[in-house]
Design a protein. Structure first.
Length: 408
């Protein structure tokens, strides 16, 4: 009888074990996260915030995800495609990371997309390159921040329909991110009856914006798609030139993390972003408070994006029992994530792995002696395709320096 009872007990235990999630193979090893960021040059402001965002998230989780210890490996890309590819190769082939967060810039992401896909390495990126989730989708790619044009579509809608602007001039850095921001704004603005009079393209490294500012006249407003630390230089020179035309900006042009570097010239600027520091949710309140305590300033979209990437990875790992060996299951779990309480608010992913979430129209104001962005309108559940038919949108060329073309 004793042997039979032992056999029944063993059978019962086996049945219970079979009903539980399979433990991760090699689960004793840490989850290895590779961060591709920028620490030098005009993009360093955002790159430093990226590292702060993911570091704060891991600290909030006690440096564990789904019961496994985590290890963060940080690589400085130098802000160029060649450096990004070299660092990605080191992270994937030498360090055997389970997934990558970053990089920051579109041209960096495009340099590693095919390579990372061949190695089945999931990328949770901040870079906004449109075609990564449109005409040339990477099946191992997830984006919580949005495409370059995603915040510019609602900004254009607001500028035309609520601010009643008819004619604008745009200014954005002369590379893919700038082209795609301006293209998105132009399409929606002109479809609503507005007119983009000129598109100005200062290089990414521009010490003097005076030649461009001199062309800003005879319109209702100026639309800025400048990135990195460039908005600070531009805004100061804009004020010094005595230009009084209203300014609109994409999310990074008026990033919350940049406000401490602006002066009163920023008061009144209207912007649109997928993250705003004044979002009143439990997750964002804690994120902002702890960012201020740890790093001495209000966080912006770069920090919030990496924090949110951590939340996505965590939710996916919990769904698959912490096992990172099956990359197909891991990426499928990440793309299936739906979150309600994050620093950027509720969101889910479309079939390409791009975020569908809220975007916020903000006005820069001075409160208690400090500049803040105050949300004045929220566009809910914004898709990368705006309100356009997906099939039609994808049949059009990707936004570029000359598309949509200027109308004479």
């Amino acid at each position: 009888m004793k042997g039979r009872r032992e056999l029944l007990a063993a059978s019962g235990a086996a049945a219970v074990a079979a009903s539980l999630p399979m433990p991760a193979i090699g689960q004793a090893n840490p989850v290895r996260i590779g961060l591709l960021t920028v620490k030098t040059g005009p993009l360093a402001q955002g790159g430093i915030q990226m590292e702060q965002g993911i570091t704060l998230f891991l600290k909030h989780r006690g440096n564990k995800l789904a019961g496994r210890a985590t290890e963060l490996l940080v690589a400085d890309t130098g802000g160029n495609p060649a450096g990004t590819k070299t660092k990605a190769q080191e992270l994937i082939e030498r360090d055997h990371v389970d997934f990558i967060v970053g990089p920051l810039a579109a041209f960096e992401l495009l340099a590693i997309s095919d390579y990372a896909a061949r190695h089945k390495c999931p990328i949770l990126s901040q870079a906004a390159a449109e075609d990564m989730t449109q005409r040339k989708p990477n099946p191992y790619f997830i984006r919580t921040s949005g495409t370059s044009a995603q915040p510019m579509h609602p900004l254009a809608d607001y500028a035309r329909k609520e601010l009643k602007y008819q004619n604008v001039i745009t200014v954005a850095n002369d590379f893919a991110y700038g082209y795609e921001q301006v293209g998105g704004f132009q399409r929606v603005f002109e479809d609503a009856g507005g007119h983009v009079r000129a598109k100005l393209w200062p290089p990414l490294v521009t010490p003097d914006y005076t030649p461009f500012i001199g062309q800003m006249t005879s319109v209702d407003a100026i639309v800025s798609g400048l990135g990195g630390s460039n908005p600070v230089k531009f805004m100061r020179q804009y004020k010094d030139a005595g230009i009084t035309l209203p300014l609109l900006g994409g999310g990074v042009a008026m990033d919350d993390g940049l406000l401490k570097s602006f002066g009163d010239e920023a008061i009144g600027v209207i912007s649109c972003a997928g993250y705003t520091a004044d979002l009143n949710t439990p997750s964002n309140r804690r994120f902002v408070e702890d960012s201020v305590r740890e790093y001495g300033g209000i966080p912006g979209s770069y920090a919030s994006g990496l924090y949110t990437n951590g939340q996505v990875a965590e939710a996916a790992l919990e769904q698959i029992g912490g096992n990172t060996d099956n990359k197909e299951a891991f990426i499928a779990a990440m793309r299936a994530v739906t979150l309600t309480d994050t620093p950027r608010g509720p969101f889910h992913f479309d079939r390409f792995g791009n975020v569908v979430g809220d975007f916020f129209i903000r006005r820069c104001e001075k409160q208690d002696g400090k500049l803040v962005n105050t949300t004045i309108k929220t566009y809910n559940s914004v898709s990368q395709f705006w309100t356009y038919d997906e099939s039609w949108f994808l049949s059009q060329p990707v936004y570029s320096r000359d598309y949509p073309p200027l109308k004479t």
